[in-house]
Design a binder for this molecule. Sequence first.
Ligand SMILES: N[C@@H](CCC(=O)N[C@@H](CS)C(=O)NCC(=O)O)C(=O)O
Length: 227
Amino acid sequence: MANKASSLVLYMNEASPPSNAVIMLGSKLGLQFDYKKPSLLTLEHKSPEFKKINPMGTIPVLVDGDFVVSESHAIMKYLLGKYGGDHQEKLYPSDVRTRALIDQSLFYDAGVLFVRLKAFALPTLLRGLDGISDTQKADIDEAFSVVEAYLQKNKYIAADHLTLADISLASTVAPIHAVYKIDEKRFPRCKEWLELLNKEEIFKEINEPGAALFANIMNMFWEKNKK
Ligand SMILES: N[C@@H](CCC(=O)N[C@@H](CS)C(=O)NCC(=O)O)C(=O)O
């Protein structure tokens, strides 16, 4: 039986892909978060107060009583370990090789895929970028080709069922797809995988609206930045 959560505070934003990964997992585990939304536009997340809780100055950040942890992948592993109960073995199996493949995807998301989203999103919000450049598009396509390769064996990323790897990668792929469509001819499995996931409640109700909001914000800024 899982530990019972006391009060969990999540610093987040509905348009933030890694925040949505944590929110999706929380929903799957039946956890309630008390949400706090620092304004990224006024750089609240870079303030000395915020940096006391997360020196990286990023969201999401989880506060669980006197314990604070940032970085969505670390947060998800913590939540599963502490509150995962029966979900833990499915979403992050103890089999060493399956776990290694899941970790491979989590690190890929943190180190490569999401970095390529951030490469256009932050300059759009803060530095007047008015669209995704051709180089950025090529980098995204290269990143999608890795997701496509991960999907060669199964319909899901790291096993024959949904794991943390799908939650993590889909939280980044969906918002990119909402502004720069996955090329179905080059990455058919990637497209099918996203459609498969979107049949599940957490993706339909959290990931897709988050991706749509992200796209609205990007499009709004691109129009404004062109003027
Ligand atoms: N790898 C980190 C990425 C966190 C991240 O960069 N979050 C964005 C919001 S989606 C952020 O806080 N950006 C502000 C900044 O980097 O200045 C995670 O998964 O938590």
